[in-house]
Design a protein. Structure first.
Length: 135
């Protein structure tokens, strides 16, 4: 079994599949809040949609408000791949359900509504988030 330290190192130095495994491990299996900044940095720097989705999912599992919501919003604003946008929105929703609807969450949803509504799945999720938080 791969140690936590190896997974953390893999976030920056690993192959794409190692980065995805690290996100899955740190987010879903461990819910390791102390490694949020490393996951956020990998999300920010990743050009690979599968890695970006894994990072977004990890942040959604950990459900830490503040910088995670901001990182997800920034990815939505810089991303053209709607699968990544969808994953980021799901994670924003998970964080908001636990911690409340932050201003950056609202900004991310508004941006996605304007720029990514052409994807039917993103559009449906935006509508559900708006209903949930009464926008």
């Amino acid at each position: 079994e791969v140690s936590v330290d190896v997974h953390v190192k893999n976030l920056s130095k690993g192959t794409e599949s190692e980065k995805m495994a690290a996100c899955n491990f740190l987010g879903k299996e461990k819910s390791e809040k102390k490694y949020i900044s490393e996951i956020q940095e990998t999300l920010k720097l990743s050009d690979n949609s599968k890695v970006a989705i894994a990072c977004a999912n990890a942040l959604g599992y950990i459900q830490e408000k503040g910088s995670s919501t901001t990182a997800l919003k920034n990815k939505i604003m810089s991303e053209s791949n709607t699968d990544v946008v969808y994953a980021c929105l799901v994670s924003i929703l998970n964080i908001a359900i636990k911690n409340g609807y932050e201003p950056d969450a609202k900004s991310a949803v508004q941006y996605a509504d304007i720029n990514h509504r052409n994807d039917e799945f993103v559009a449906d999720l935006i509508d559900r988030i708006k209903i949930k938080f009464k926008e």
